[in-house]
Ligand binder design. Structure first.
Ligand SMILES: [Zn+2]
Length: 500
């Protein structure tokens, strides 16, 4: 990619020769009423919002996270105070489901009883699970039988059908032990270090897996009937396997009054129940887009709605460092807050406006994907355009990119034409091309609603997706001019009878 300086040089070279260019006079087409609204957009107020949204206490606004939810509630509170209407079915939050796999350590445990005694083994101390995919809602109960070192022969001769097979780890891959036990129709498998085990102690060996199970993972919900996770990873087909420490296994053998290495096929006389739980309702969680609606005043055009979008999530905490995402996308999030406030000053436009702050953008445009697959608008209202803003606070003061440019003939539209016309009024003499980012932010999903879309962006930089994307590095005068430009565009589009 070209450096910003190289890009400026390149665009300067492509300008026509100065002698040939007639002097351009910019005529401001904006109404006095809009000019008053523009005055309400203040760089210092945007700065104050970015410092809040991109503070360390928000923890980098990962999807999902507490910081993300706090940010959503902050945005909702501001919409309410400004008098914006709820923009979702049940309020200001458009909720969509995700699948989260995080172990619930308090609810996950092993209970055993037999030989007149009973007890409990603790997950993460006495036993472990081998992968993140083993974390699932599950409860399996049965008698325990010793089955040697877990070879096919061992498991076959120990008659483990319908029982927990306890095997001694002698270095065989646990996946292979699991396959053998499943073929022998065991109910589940307990693996513990045996006398021939030479590897790391289990707490050390399975520490990375434990960390992953605690941190968990989040995914776009798999469709019913989808192929993924069905093989030997999915909950439906999950074969229960636990990795038990040597001391925990020894204590069970002691209770069973068996020697340190029992005979193959020996029944311990113990019933063992393993319970696994995911955090949340079967691993399903809901996350939020924040939506505000500003009804239009024209009896006909008010049925048409311009979407203003910006993602408010970021990438969270990575290797202990909070990634604040001040530019990405504290800048766009705060720009839309400034626009919401200015419209409150202005009053209704002819068309309606829906501001959507989406989550999950950094994970794969999840929030906008959910919305575009299942959109919600007030009765009788349909979307006619989307203006999306992501990262508008860095690089040169006059640098602003747009996509789709006229190079993308099929997608090029009235919104971009209006932006190109009005950008010089806010100190952006010529909009550069962001066409290479056309598929990289939320407008791409809103385009699936069959409407013209436009993306404003002021390019990546050295702190892009790094811990250094901090509030003190933003050019707030620039961000405030982007907010003013959005207002001017809305006003300009309002004069057009139709948008395409
Ligand atoms: Zn990003």
């Amino acid at each position: 990619m070209l450096t910003p300086i190289a890009l400026l040089v390149a665009s300067a070279l492509s300008l026509p020769a100065p002698i040939a260019a007639p002097p351009r006079v910019l005529v401001d087409p904006t109404s006095p009423r809009m000019l008053t609204a523009l005055e309400t957009v203040k760089a210092d107020e945007i700065k104050s919002d970015v410092y809040f949204i991109a503070s360390d206490q928000m923890g980098g606004r990962d999807t999902p996270s507490d910081g993300l939810r706090v940010t959503a509630r902050f945005l909702r509170s501001r919409l309410e105070r400004l008098g914006w209407k709820p923009g979702a079915k049940d309020g200001y939050f458009y909720e969509y489901p995700l699948e989260q796999r995080v172990i619930d350590e308090n609810a996950s445990r092993i209970d055993w009883e037999g030989k007149g005694a009973s007890g409990q083994l603790r997950f993460g101390t006495d036993y472990f699970l081998s992968t993140l995919f083993d974390v699932s809602d599950l409860s399996v109960s049965g008698p325990v039988v010793f089955a040697g070192e877990g070879s096919k022969e061992d498991l076959g001769s120990a008659r483990v059908e319908g029982k927990w097979a306890l095997v001694f780890d002698a270095g065989t891959e646990v996946r292979e032990l699991s396959r053998n036990a499943r073929r022998a129709k065991a109910k589940g498998l307990i693996v513990a270090p045996g006398p021939n085990y030479k590897g790391d102690d289990y707490p050390k060996r399975f520490a990375p897996a434990l960390e992953r199970q605690r941190k968990g993972s989040v995914a776009w919900p798999s469709k019913p009937g989808a192929k993924a996770d069905e093989e030997d990873r999915g909950p439906r087909d999950l074969f229960p396997m636990v990795l038990m420490t040597r001391s925990a296994a020894e204590s069970l053998l002691e209770v069973a009054k068996k020697p340190a290495t029992p005979a193959k096929g020996a029944d311990l006389g113990i019933t063992l129940t393993e319970t696994r739980k995911l955090v949340g309702d079967g691993g399903k969680i809901a996350v939020e887009n924040v939506c505000g609606f500003w009804p239009g005043s024209d009896p006909v055009l008010a049925k048409e709605c311009v979407i203003l979008s910006a993602h408010y999530d970021h990438i969270g905490i990575i290797k202990g460092e909070v990634h604040n995402g001040a530019d990405d996308n504290g800048s766009g999030t705060s720009t839309m807050l400034a626009v919401a406030e200015a419209l409150q000053e202005f009053g209704p436009l002819k068309r309606s406006v829906m501001i959507i702050w989406v989550s999950g953008e950094e994970k794969g445009l999840w929030g906008s994907k959910a919305f575009s697959e299942n959109p919600w608008f007030p009765e009788g209202v349909k979307p006619v355009a989307d203006i999306n803003i992501d990262m508008v606070g860095r690089n040169a003061p006059d640098k602003l990119l747009v996509t789709p440019t006229r190079e993308k003939t099929k997608e090029y539209n009235d919104l971009v034409k209006m932006a190109e016309k009005l950008a010089p009024l806010e100190g952006f003499p010529k909009l550069g091309s962001a066409d290479q980012y056309y598929e990289r932010s939320d407008h791409y999903m809103f385009a699936k609603l069959g409407i013209p879309v436009m993306f404003l962006f002021s390019d990546v930089h050295e702190d892009y997706h790094r811990a250094g994307d901090d509030p003190e590095k933003l050019d707030y005068d620039k961000v405030h001019r982007v907010a003013r430009l959005v207002l001017r565009i809305l006003d300009g589009l309002d004069e057009q009878a139709s948008l395409k």
